[in-house]
Design a protein. Structure first.
Length: 417
């Protein structure tokens, strides 16, 4: 560890411009010290204190160059738990507790209520329909004839292309290549299985190797490794129709008595709210997806477990369906593009790793890929719980009251009386 005098000397060199903030890890050869120096520099420059940002369990020497650049500390988000939630999936079987990182009061309580209603009614059934990650580079050709020639060549040489792609990864497998043309522009949408990783970095590196292979063989130019048909971190009909990540459906039949006792409403009222709000209201708004608040649940789980938070955009798109089954309520959620992983990325961070361990999904599954599928089933079931509870609150007229009690601290004031 550096002495206080040595530390002050480094801080002064940064303040004078002799050393740049982003150079500290390399200069000091210790990211833990570099983080401290950056923080001290900011405190001096801005005349503020950053003690809370500096309070963290992260080992910076392990994450700099893998998860972050120019770090100064960490941001803490409250972490709640919902459950138990009974899940009847192909991979997730049993009762699970769901870690949720959020600053929105009432959210965890609402999801917890949905978990109770589903579990009392026998559980949520979950199925994964598709499982792949995509990357779609854009090639510029001279004419439509050359564009078609490119697509034909790719189809004829698929096995060689597959070998090139898979030479960059142990777990990634190239499944197929879907071509798209606009004028003399060609997009090749590479579709991979990625094991327990979400796989975005994996498929990017693999596809880059293939693009160079195509360029060397055909003399064409790959204009952009991402051509926006992937489609990553943007809402799109492409993902809604064809999927990306895991396409998952979760469903449950909630008994009439459970709806009445736990959710304080009726199955008929929930069906009507879903039809008029989620379906008609979303259609009138021109929405690409028809749901009440998938993003709330997906974002809270993503932050808690070290997923790529920007992928909440496509991961939270989907459709809620509700109908009467006799006197009971049938409800389902369909998520076409749920992008999750249990290895790589932020999953290796200490608190995120523990959150995944709560659900029994941290690390690589046996066989590979099963942990990520189990996790996807749990996320979908949690989304079902959150969606059910919110629709019930809306149909009973309880939404504002819940936020008064749990979002404005009025619950505590009431208890003091």
């Amino acid at each position: 560890m550096m002495s206080s005098k040595e530390l002050e000397n480094i801080v002064n060199k940064v303040l004078s411009g002799e050393i740049k903030l982003h150079e500290l890890d390399k200069v000091l050869e210790n990211s833990n010290i570099a983080v401290l120096v950056r923080r001290l520099v900011l405190e001096k420059m801005l005349n503020i204190q950053l003690a809370n940002i500096g309070f963290t369990t992260i080992e910076w020497n392990k994450v700099v160059g893998r998860n972050i650049e120019n770090p100064i500390g960490a941001v803490q988000v409250p972490l709640g738990i919902a459950g138990p939630l009974k899940i009847l999936g192909d991979y997730a079987k049993g009762e699970f507790y769901i870690p949720l990182a959020t600053t929105e009061g009432a959210l965890v309580a609402s999801i917890n209520r949905g978990c109770k209603a589903i579990t009392l009614s026998g559980g949520a059934k979950v199925k994964i329909l598709n499982d792949f990650m995509s990357r779609a580079p854009l090639f510029k050709t001279s004419s439509i004839e050359e564009a078609i020639k490119l697509i034909k060549w790719v189809k004829e040489h698929f096995e060689e292309i597959k070998a090139e792609a898979e030479s960059t990864t142990r777990h990634g497998k190239l499944l197929r290549i879907d071509p798209f043309i606009v004028g003399n522009n060609v997009w090749l949408r590479f579709i991979y299985s990625t094991g327990d990783a979400m796989g975005m970095n994996m498929v990017t590196i693999a596809t880059d190797k293939v693009c160079k292979y195509i360029e060397n063989n055909l003399g064409l130019k790959c204009l952009s490794l991402s051509g926006n048909l992937c489609v990553d971190k943007k809402p799109s009909l492409m993902n809604m129709l064809f999927g990306r990540g895991k396409t998952v459906i979760a469903e449950a039949i909630i008994k009439k008595d459970v709806v009445k006792e736990v959710l304080k409403t009726t199955p008929k009222n929930i069906v009507e709210v879903n039809t008029r709000k989620n379906l008609l209201g979303s259609a009138r708004a021109g929405s690409l997806s028809f749901n009440a608040h998938y993003a709330n649940i997906v974002a809270a789980i993503f932050i808690a477990t070290g997923q790529d938070a920007a992928q909440v955009v496509e991961s939270s798109m989907g459709y809620t369906w509700a109908e009467l089954v006799g006197e009971d309520l049938y409800i389902s959620v369909t998520l076409p593009s749920l992008e999750v992983g249990t290895v790589g990325g932020g999953t290796r961070l200490p608190t995120q790793r523990e959150a995944l361990q709560i659900m029994g999904v941290y690390g690589s599954g046996n066989p590979p890929g099963t942990n990520a599928k189990k996790f996807a089933e749990i996320v979908a079931a949690a989304v079902l719980a959150g969606e059910l509870s919110l629709l019930a609150a809306l149909s009973a007229g309880h939404l504002a009251e819940a936020h008064k009690r749990l979002g404005r601290g009025m619950f505590k004031k009431t208890r003091r009386k």
